[in-house]
Design a protein around this ligand. Structure first.
Ligand SMILES: [Zn+2]
Length: 353
């Protein structure tokens, strides 16, 4: 992988809504891939650019995917630097590191004259739901196997075949405002919400330890304007992470039955659920094991990625990218030696196509 190219990617502030930086970052990738003679197209939906490279007649046997958007960072995080084998910067791990690896893989495949059946897609709205990027692209491109080079968040590299689905819900309680000294004249919305919350939270595991089960996080809670006023509105947002797609419907029905609050779905997304016995998955694990010199198995993850859009189209898909830490935090970094290994694994895996 070309470290200088990765540094250039990190320098773009490709945060939500920053369409100019996104376009320039996409253009840099297009130019880099174009130097190898690869044909790339940029499509724009709702202002969000996506790059589609080496995909002929809307089809490619193997598709490497990634996202170039990042979450907000401090100014200094857009000035990448290398220290102790790690490249630091916003998006270094999530996931410009993986994108730089994918570009390098494509270039080497061209050099070895075996890029014909491998395509690449980069989008710019993964962090905000992927609707204008990968959802749109996955509805148009056919592929036999899709991967995303999202980072591995622990050093024990694995092939991720499943990740959780999500259901974000807003609960709103309504009441009647009154003076705080005469609460009997009002109807307290905050109290209604507080009474409803334990029921909503009981619909998923309350485990404080890592579990492969449905979980819920009470993310926000808002009510009231002052101590001396009965609040007439209160709201909370809940983040359910689900291990079965069918549970979303069950949870929504149960939420609708909770008295005193109205539940509205803000965001909903299916899980990644690739069969670990799929022959491409098995081959990938075998190839990765040969590169790492130890057994690389399959695993599940809690976060969600854009590759789930392919899973919805019944395309087997995995997550496999370089190791990095402090994702979405300060001091985000990607391990450069793992970038090299991931690249080697993809180059070997591409022999299948
Ligand atoms: Zn990501």
């Amino acid at each position: 992988m070309d470290v200088d190219f990765l540094k250039k990617l990190v320098e773009f502030e490709t945060t939500a809504g920053n369409f100019r930086e996104m376009s320039e970052c996409v253009q840099l990738c297009r130019d880099e891939l174009g130097k190898s003679g690869l044909k790339c197209a940029v499509s724009v939906k709702n202002g969000v650019p996506s790059l589609v490279c080496n995909v002929k007649n809307n089809s490619s046997e193997l598709l490497l995917t990634g996202h170039l958007d990042v979450i907000e960072g401090k100014k200094g995080q857009f000035k990448p630097y290398v220290e102790g084998g790690k490249l630091f910067g916003r998006g270094a791990a999530d996931m410009k590191g993986g994108c730089a690896v994918a570009v390098s893989v494509m270039k080497k495949l061209v050099e070895e004259n075996r890029a014909d059946n491998v395509g690449l897609v980069f989008t710019c709205d993964e962090e905000t739901g992927g609707h204008s990027g990968m959802e749109y692209i996955a509805s148009r491109i056919k592929t036999k196997f899709a991967t995303t080079l999202e980072p591995q968040s622990n050093r024990d590299t694995s092939v991720i075949v499943k990740h959780k689905g999500l259901l974000w819900v807003k609960l709103v309680a309504e009441g009647k405002a009154a003076h705080g000294s005469k609460p009997w004249l009002g109807e307290n919305a905050a109290e209604k919400l507080i009474a409803a919350l334990p029921k909503a939270l009981s619909l998923a595991s309350a485990s404080k330890k890592p579990v492969w089960a449905n979980t819920v996080n009470l993310g926000t809670i808002n009510a009231g304007l002052s101590a001396n006023r009965v609040p007439d509105e209160a709201s909370a947002t809940l983040d359910y992470r689900l291990v079965r797609d069918s549970d979303a419907g069950r949870i929504k029905k149960r939420l609708a039955k909770i008295r005193g609050v109205k539940a509205t779905v803000i965001q909903e997304s299916r899980m990644l659920g690739t069969d670990s016995r799929n022959h491409f998955v098995k081959k990938f694990a075998k190839v990765a094991s040969s590169v790492w010199g130890r057994k690389i198995g399959v695993a599940n993850e809690t976060y969600f990625t854009d590759v789930r859009w392919f899973c919805e189209k019944k395309v087997p898909a995995i997550v496999f990218g370089p190791y990095g830490e402090n994702i979405h935090a300060d001091d985000e970094w990607v391990d450069l030696s793992s970038c090299g290994k991931v690249e080697e694994a993809y180059l070997k895996f591409a022999e299948l196509f």
